[in-house]
Design a protein around this ligand. Structure first.
Ligand code: 0O2
Length: 266
């Protein structure tokens, strides 16, 4: 005999549906993670600059999902959960600067097979407690064996400072079992303002440094950053000369080459 409790057919079916639901949300979340990772890597290569510092994902636990459903008065049916809870699958993107957040938002919104259902801008309209972040509720298609299932994923995009604040606030909120003393709430609000000031200052400094490097740039180096996908200069040169095994002379940037037939060096 197994240790499983005796359950009726209805409960069994509900559990099966719930499991399938969570599985499709996992797939949707993975799709969004892949899209964002591609955007990050491609952007970093093409522009030698990375607007995305970090990407992570989390699937709501069954306990947390059911607690939220109860809190919001959502029926325990797959349709109701799907229609009313948007953060079952969540992806969090942290950026260095506020302007990067909107750059990332635009790149995500431009994806043809993804629909932005809603945008909540808690940066231009912070929550009363000081919470700041840009939330996108998006829908992505998930290709299952017998159908295409649209899945809703919440993407939270924020700066490192906003993220630092939000994780501390979350911790405090749960530590005090949601009854946080007023003094701490006031200090959190102050900390949120300080985080915004830091974001502004860091972005100003970054813009200044960027402008300086543009003004002093002597050669065009776009796309020449180290990449695991780049063949070596020697390999390309020898290929174009028709010599096997990378034996040809090199004309890589900065080397004293003899001016190979290829002219591969930029
Ligand atoms: P967890 O533990 O992160 O999963 P709605 O009824 O739809 O308006 P909802 O669904 O709460 O409200 O939407 P909202 O406001 O966009 O919040 C979704 C998620 O954003 C939250 O999920 C948090 O992750 C984050 N968030 C929103 N407000 C705050 C805040 O004041 N502080 C912090 N630290 N995070 C916040 P969960 O399910 O609340 O929590």
């Amino acid at each position: 005999m197994s240790g499983e409790p005796q359950v009726g057919a209805e409960l069994r079916a509900l559990r099966e549906h719930f499991t399938r639901l969570m599985m499709t949300y996992r797939f949707g979340m993975d799709e969004v993670m892949t899209k964002i990772t591609i955007l990050r890597d491609e952007f970093a290569y093409a522009h030698e600059y990375n607007p995305i510092e970090h990407v992570s994902s989390r699937l709501k636990s069954p306990e947390s999902l059911l607690a939220k459903a109860r809190r919001k008065g959502v029926d325990l049916t797959i349709e109701a959960l799907r229609a009313e809870i948007f953060d079952i699958a969540g992806v969090r993107v942290t950026c260095s600067f506020v302007s990067d957040i909107y750059k990332v938002r635009d790149m995500i919104a431009a994806q043809q097979d993804l629909v932005v259902l809603e945008e909540r801008d808690y940066i231009s309209h912070p929550k009363g407690n000081g919470y700041k972040s840009l939330h996108l509720i998006v829908e992505v298609p998930v290709f299952l064996s017998d159908r295409v299932q649209p899945v809703v994923v919440e993407i939270q995009i924020r700066t490192i400072a906003m993220d630092f604040w939000a994780s501390l606030e979350h911790k405090i909120y749960y530590k005090y079992d949601k009854a946080v003393p007023q003094r701490l709430l006031d200090e959190l609000k102050e900390a949120s303002l300080a985080a915004s000031e830091l974001d502004e200052k860091m972005e100003r400094l970054h813009d200044e440094v960027l402008q300086h490097s543009r003004d002093t740039a002597t050669e065009h180096t776009e796309g020449q950053s180290a990449s695991p996908f780049a063949p070596s200069w020697e390999l390309l040169d020898s290929y174009l000369r028709g010599t096997p095994g990378g034996q040809g002379a090199t004309d890589a940037p900065g080397s004293e080459g003899t001016g190979g037939a290829s002219g591969v060096a930029g």
